[in-house]
Ligand binder design. Structure first.
Ligand SMILES: Cc1cc2nc3c(=O)[nH]c(=O)nc-3n(C[C@H](O)[C@H](O)[C@H](O)COP(=O)(O)O)c2cc1C
Length: 216
């Protein structure tokens, strides 16, 4: 565990990166961790777009407030939840579970009903998108942790215009919307004003509260 805590202390949201490329094997490990992230019902209602094409990164940069990490990163990930989905996506997922676990579809009928109720109960395309985005954020969190363990810098970014980025990447055509960008690469310590700064969090016990029955 101490190795993981050290990695989390080492990581920070680098503001400048040095353009160095992440070795394929290291990148593959980070992306596999992302792929293994949990999601509600396992539905994984998102895609993660992996961009290393320098020209495409440059095209995206204006939509991402011209943040320098975009073009200085090795790879830019765009976490893109499904734009619109309904019960048919659940049917596909249930078929996948049945086939991977070698189970008859009928045994999954209860699970299918529960997931469909959840999806329908969200009530609108926007609510379903927001729910999908929550799952994508969880995957992004796993990605940041995996990157830290691999001594790769990872900057999560909400500082962008999602509609503009969606347009550059033609995401509507893929039934996706962007919700979070993560730049992966290596910090440029000389150029990054944040590199020498202390990490700041609320005091530990202000966030981590032990709760017992007497407290509620
Ligand atoms: C959802 C989210 C959006 C963020 N957006 C940006 C961003 O657009 N640009 C940036 O440089 N950092 C961004 N950050 C980084 C945060 O400012 C940073 O994680 C926070 O200050 C904690 O510091 P640390 O990650 O360096 O420990 C974002 C972080 C999160 C989780």
């Amino acid at each position: 565990m101490s190795e993981f805590i050290q990695a989390m202390q080492w990581r920070y949201a680098a503001k400048r990166m040095n353009g160095q490329r992440i070795p394929d094997e290291t990148l593959s490990g980070i992306l596999q961790a992302c792929h293994l992230a949990p999601s509600s019902f396992g539905l994984q209602p998102y895609q993660v777009l992996v961009i290393d094409d320098p020209e495409l990164k440059a095209l995206c940069q204006p939509a991402i407030m011209n943040q320098p990490q975009v073009v200085e990163s090795s790879h830019m990930l765009v976490f893109a939840p499904w734009r619109q989905f309904d019960e048919s996506a659940v049917d596909l997922w249930i078929e996948r579970v049945a086939s991977e676990r070698n189970m008859p579809l009928e045994r999954l009928a209860g699970m299918a009903k529960t997931i469909k109720q959840k999806v329908a109960g969200l009530g609108s395309d926007e609510a379903r998108f927001q729910w999908a985005a929550q799952q994508a954020y969880l995957a992004a969190g796993v990605t940041l942790s995996a990157a830290a363990m691999a001594q790769v810098d990872a900057t999560p970014m909400e500082g962008f215009d999602p509609q503009a980025l969606d347009q550059v990447l033609n995401l509507a055509e893929r039934n996706l919307r962007s919700t979070l960008v993560v730049c992966l690469g290596y910090r440029d310590e000389a150029e990054d004003w944040l590199a020498p700064m202390k990490k700041v969090r609320w005091p530990y016990h202000d966030v981590m509260r032990l709760l017992t029955q007497q407290d509620v």
